[in-house]
Design a protein around this ligand. Structure first.
Ligand SMILES: [Zn+2]
Length: 134
């Protein structure tokens, strides 16, 4: 490990230690803050079979691509065209998960070669310090 890696690790640790929901450098939408400070206090009950199917599918494909999720939805819609409108798109399902859990998404760019995420002390970089890719 190089000195620069150690310095980055220390900066990440410091950023984690100082993290809070009111950080002006990482503004959080007021609705998201409200959800985070008031998470659901009751178990999630899904009585609709299609909502359960969509949730199960979404959770089962979290390590797969969005295309995989959409392909399964498309196959289901071919089998049950009468219920096709009840299956949520991947985009809508992500937002449904926010509603169900109270936990919102934080999106950070990554190096196209998966070297780093542009977050914390690396958030302001314009190119990857590992592979020099823009
Ligand atoms: Zn890289």
């Amino acid at each position: 490990m190089q000195l620069e890696d150690l310095q980055n690790a220390i900066e990440f640790l410091s950023a984690i230690k100082d993290a809070n929901l009111d950080d002006p450098n990482m503004p959080i939408h007021p609705e998201t803050l409200k959800r985070l400070r008031n998470p659901p206090q009751h178990p999630c009950v899904l009585e609709d079979a299609h909502k359960c199917f969509t949730l199960d599918l979404f959770l089962a494909t979290t390590n797969a691509s969005e295309q995989t999720y959409n392909d399964v939805c498309k196959a289901y819609a071919c089998l049950h065209p009468e219920h096709a409108d009840k299956i949520l798109s991947h985009y809508r399902m992500k937002h449904r998960m926010v509603e169900l859990t109270g936990v919102d998404l934080l999106v950070h760019d990554m190096c196209i070669n998966s070297c780093i995420a542009y977050t914390g002390p690396l958030a302001c970089l314009e190119k990857c310090p590992k592979c020099d890719t823009s």
